[in-house]
Write a protein that binds this ligand. Structure first.
Ligand code: GLC
Length: 591
């Protein structure tokens, strides 16, 4: 009888749904809509293109797609300058297209996460125009100030834009300067206005009502600036890092970012998300390139919940020369700082940084993808990282990123350009990499598209795509979702990551990588939690073992740059259950 009860308990436990916290162990795939898939031949990606490619994403196994901004915009910063938060950009489609995309994504079980850009709008927005004319509540929607000594040619303070030069722009209509921490076409909203704060919550509600699963929040730590008691703005001290007076790096940004009030606004947004959290927990991922302790405050303050701050440690602190020990150090750095009961995340790339395959070298693509996928928490994959896409080569003539254009430097512009990471996605080896059937594309396609693309990688016996997909398939196993984490650097080149589930009936996951150019044979019996016999479940492009091959843990050979993932060869569930049934039969027999 008790055997039956035990089986019943096991069955009931297995049916308990994790729907509520779907993002606790999830893959969020970032789509840069302009460069993903063009459905109408204008050379620019669009919503219908994304809809066409949903089956690809479903097959890849991602849980959610995060769409970089899709809203009405003059595209001075490619959608991060928004005219209307609740309208779709003409070049991307219509609201009907969005609704159709939502419906299809829902049908396929792929969640949609939107980009929320709270720090600024476009000056073409109605809000800005009303504010320029000092109309009612809109008067204070933006950060306006008189020039120093009331001079219309001297900005209110020495503040510098992230994209170079003064962060203040004189406006002839209002006869005041407005603040723009990014391009001139991105006036900063004023979060000291309670009307604005409420209106921005309505934007969240608009999209949540349409069924989106959450938001990625843009440049969140730039929302507040310090203002003096008399309404003027304090100059920032020099950083001492550069003599380039137009560079953002020229100043120490004490007064224009990371202000305390920011966190309250984020916690307030979390409350709005909770209003819609009955059926599924909504995800909020905040972007703040800042000190790790300040990042942690986004998670919450112990009393109020907040967001999941993007973990940019892989982006900023690892490179192609990092050792296995460097890797364990940066992993610990994040995990050790996280408040209790919060979810980790691992960002390998995005549209603002050089691509992962370029930063780490193509040899390390599988290793970095595997790491981000089997560590606990959320994996954030930028489109194309699953293929090992590298940065495109963009000439000065083809450069469109304002961050590069503002350098006015046809020789060194590429050092600040984000265009190379934004080139069109590689679907196949046909014209424009299968991205568009138009005569040209908004950015040139990278030159290696004929060898690095979805079609080729699906057909190949081994590919980054196949490896990525095989590792993604483990994301929802008990081991990866909630197993204990072990990481051991066996040498400078060999890193082993173990995920051991709490229940012996579930399989352990072991990830191993060789970062070096020589073959390595390692003894994994020295590493806690590694099962005796290992079965290959994902084998990278540089490996020789195939999926389902088995290997004994005391001698595992890794060719140069090989990354592999294993599970226990025999299902551990069989042994304890057989033992259980056997002993109960003996007991019955004895009675
Ligand atoms: C974020 C975006 C970036 C944009 C900036 C201003 O950093 O990721 O692309 O230029 O904010 O919105």
């Amino acid at each position: 009888m008790w055997v039956f009860t035990l089986l019943l308990v096991a069955a009931t436990a297995a049916s308990v749904s994790c729907q509520d916290m779907w993002w606790k162990s999830a893959v969020v795939y970032q789509i840069y809509p302009r460069s993903f898939m063009d459905s109408n031949g204008d050379g620019i990606g669009d919503l219908n293109g994304i809809k066409m490619k949903l089956p690809y994403l479903k097959e890849l196994g991602v849980d959610a797609i995060w769409l970089s901004p899709i809203y009405q915009s003059p595209m001075k910063d490619f959608g991060y300058d928004i005219t209307n938060y609740t309208a779709i950009a003409d070049e991307y489609g219509t609201m009907d297209d969005f609704d159709a995309l939502m419906a299809e994504a829902k049908r396929l079980g792929v969640r949609i996460v939107l980009d929320y850009v709270p720090n600024h709008t476009s000056p073409e927005s109605t809000w800005f125009k009303l504010s320029q004319n000092r109309t009612g509540k809109y008067t204070d929607y933006y950060v306006w100030a008189d020039g120093k000594n009331n001079d219309s040619t001297t900005p209110p303070s020495n503040w510098i834009s992230v994209f170079r030069n003064s962060a203040w722009q004189y406006d002839d209509t209002r006869k005041q300067f407005y603040l723009h921490q990014f391009v001139i076409g991105q006036p900063d909203l004023n979060y000291r206005s309670s009307y604005l704060r409420e209106e921005m919550k309505e934007v969240l509600r608009f999209w949540l009502s349409k069924g989106v699963s959450g938001f990625r929040v843009d440049a969140v730590n730039m929302m507040y600036e310090v203002v003096n008691a008399d309404g003027t703005y304090p100059d920032e001290p020099l950083s001492g890092n550069t003599n380039d007076t137009a560079s953002y790096d020229y100043l120490n940004h004490l007064y224009t970012k990371d202000q305390n009030d920011t966190y309250t606004v984020v916690y307030d947004w979390r409350d709005v998300l909770e209003e819609f959290g009955k059926d599924e927990s909504k995800i909020m991922m905040t972007e703040a390139y800042t000190d790790i302790d300040l990042m942690m405050r986004y998670y919450g303050n112990g009393v109020r919940n907040g967001s999941m701050p993007f973990n940019f440690i892989f982006l900023g602190e690892l490179s192609g020369t990092s050792t296995a020990r460097n890797m364990t150090t940066v992993i610990d750095k994040w995990i050790d700082k996280m408040p209790a009961n919060t979810v980790a995340n691992w960002v390998n790339g995005n549209h603002d940084n050089s691509r992962m395959a370029t930063r780490h070298g193509v040899n390390r693509v599988d290793a970095m993808n595997m790491l981000a996928l089997i560590l606990p928490g959320v994996t954030i994959t930028y489109q194309g990282e699953e293929l090992g896409m590298t940065d495109g080569n963009i000439s000065w003539a083809d450069t469109v990123d304002p961050q590069a254009c503002n350098t006015l430097d046809p020789v060194n512009y590429w050092k600040s350009s984000r265009d190379p990471a934004r080139t069109p996605f590689h679907w196949d080896a046909t014209k424009n990499a299968g991205f568009s059937n138009g005569s040209s594309t908004w950015l040139p396609v990278a030159s290696n598209y004929q060898t690095v693309n979805v079609a080729v990688e699906k057909a190949a016996a081994r590919s980054h795509y196949k490896f990525y997909k095989d590792v993604v398939a483990l994301k929802h196993t008990a081991a990866v979702t909630s197993g204990s984490l072990g990481k051991t650097a066996l040498s400078d080149n060999v890193l082993v990551v173990t995920r051991v589930p709490s229940s012996a009936s579930e399989k352990t996951v072991v990830g191993i990588m060789n970062l070096g150019s020589s073959s390595e044979t390692v003894d994994l019996s020295k590493v806690a939690g590694v099962p005796q016999t290992l079965k290959v479940v994902a084998s990278g492009v540089a490996c020789t073992l195939n999926n389902d091959d088995t290997v004994q843990r005391n001698s595992v050979t890794l060719p140069p740059y090989c990354a592999m993932t294993f599970q226990n060869a025999a299902a551990t569930i069989v042994a304890p259950f057989l033992l259980l049934i056997f002993t109960s039969l003996i007991q019955l027999w004895r009675q």
